[in-house]
Design a protein around this ligand. Structure first.
Ligand SMILES: [Zn+2]
Length: 467
């Protein structure tokens, strides 16, 4: 299947997701108008035409099809959301004519354990060995990590000899804060560029993926660990069982694991479909995580709701044989319907509605001849742009502060990414806030901006001008 032109998506009618067949093989596709067409027809009408029109796209072959649930192993998976095909969200182009690989972006619901997961798994070496996201690039994230470091230092450590290991430690922002408090630390980070930055700042970091073998190696060299931290890494891991084997290998008895993940409850409530991209293999409620923890003798101590990244949760779990009461969060999720397929089928309908609503706002701004740009070039922005069919005909450019993105072009939509200075100089009448999860931070930072921000999530709206 060759991807049809993304730019034409959304211009035709849509059908609700309830028409989607149960399928675990990903054989569901979209027509030109973003219309869900069910099982792939024998000869799609657009196939020949799309091939001629889009010679620089190639269909990716390196992605594994998911046939069993990553947590419980069940084959009873239902496809409920199909966002079409997109290139990898962080594969910014140096040249807009570069050839791109496109991968299906679809979500399954597991009818046994309620895990939501992607239908395809892209090779992690492709996704994570050279990583564009940097923790220290957002003031909000830095403040959050400092707060977590203070919490760990004050509540989870017994003596100055206790070792803290962070998995997916990125540029070392969190561990550096702990080190400055006198704590022994070690980072594990597969992105070589980030591990290099961390090591250069004195944060010892192993440039590797984490699993049971690495855990044993670390234990042999450094001994057992009192606290392990895994922020925004669980969703990236394909083999969660090997990851958890690694956690219990490394943790001492009574040791604590702190995990932060974007919360599926927030994704559902605020229709944050743009947080779906190929790096995020799983979308968690507490339910499947507790099931996984139980299997490895990790007992949930606490769930903390966080505002970060559009809504996240922090789970603290202890390696212990003691029994713990059933977490009340599980009852809350059941009451909210987060363990039911129909909740996610309804989400898919709201996603379509939200897309049309955003397209109407942008169309109104465009029809007035006003210039629109994009504020931020986050990975999730590329899901939104590709799914909604927003390209250079609508957005003149995107601005971003990440040096690795400036001077490049967005995957799939080929919009140039430029420095923030240009936005401040030109003062375009409208700016689509793709980094909407930092809305407060951005509005504060750009209080001199004379135009208006368009915020796409949770429901598309135009912010009033600054007074
Ligand atoms: Zn499952």
């Amino acid at each position: 299947m060759i991807t049809p032109s993304q730019m034409k998506r959304g211009s035709r009618g849509t059908t609700g997701p309830s028409s989607l067949p149960r399928s675990t093989d990903g054989r569901t596709t979209r027509g030109l108008g973003g219309r869900t067409t069910g099982v792939v027809p024998q000869t799609p009408r657009w196939r020949t035409r799309a091939k001629k029109k889009m010679p620089k796209k190639s269909r990716a072959t390196g992605a594994r099809r998911v046939s069993r649930c990553r947590v419980c192993g069940s084959k009873d998976l239902t496809l409920f959301l199909d966002l079409g095909e997109t290139p990898l969200a962080n594969s910014f182009l140096t040249n807009p004519d570069e050839r791109e690989e496109w991968f299906p972006l679809q979500l399954f619901f597991c009818n046994r354990c309620a895990l939501v997961q992607l239908s395809r798994v892209v090779d992690p070496d492709t996704l994570f060995r050279n990583y564009a996201y940097r923790s220290s690039s957002s003031g909000t994230v830095v403040a959050h990590l400092l707060e977590l470091a203070r919490f760990v230092h004050a509540n989870l450590l017994g003596s100055s000899k206790d070792l803290v290991v962070e998995i997916g430690s990125n540029d070392g922002t969190f561990l550096k804060a702990l080190k400055e408090m006198g704590v022994k630390i070690l980072g594990v980070e597969p992105a070589r560029n980030m591990a290099h930055i961390a090591n250069a700042q004195g944060v010892e970091t192993l440039p590797t993926f984490f699993g049971s073998k690495e855990a044993q190696r670390i234990r042999d060299l450094r001994g057992g660990v009192k606290v392990m931290v895994a922020n925004n890494v669980f969703a990236h891991v394909d083999d969660l069982h090997d990851f958890m084997r690694g956690v219990v290998t490394l943790l001492d008895d009574g040791g604590v694991l702190s995990v932060e993940v974007p919360y599926l409850g927030d994704l559902n409530q605020n229709v944050e479909y743009d947080t779906v991209y190929h790096e995020h293999l799983s979308y968690f409620t507490v339910h499947p995580i507790v099931k996984l923890f139980d299997e490895f003798g990790m007992k949930l101590l606490k769930v903390v709701k966080l505002e970060l990244h559009g809504g996240s949760i922090r789970l603290l779990a202890e390696k212990t044989t003691k029994q713990r009461p059933r977490p009340s969060f599980l009852t809350f999720e059941e009451k909210c319907g987060l363990t039911k397929l129909r909740t996610y089928e309804s989400l898919a309908e709201r996603v379509e509605y939200q897309k049309e609503s955003l397209r109407r706002i942008l169309e109104d701004a465009r029809s007035g001849g006003e210039k629109i740009v994009g504020y931020g070039a986050p990975a999730k922005g590329n899901t939104l742009l590709n799914f909604c069919g927003i390209g250079t005909e609508t957005l003149a450019y995107l601005i971003d502060t990440t040096p690795e993105k400036i001077g490049r072009f967005t995957p799939g939509t080929h919009i140039p990414v430029v420095e923030t200075e240009r936005f401040r100089k030109e003062q375009p009448p409208f700016a689509l806030m793709l980094a909407w999860n930092y809305e407060k931070e951005i509005v504060m930072k750009e209080r001199e901006y004379t135009g208006q921000f368009i915020v796409p999530i949770p429901s598309p709206r135009v912010l009033p001008k600054n007074a």
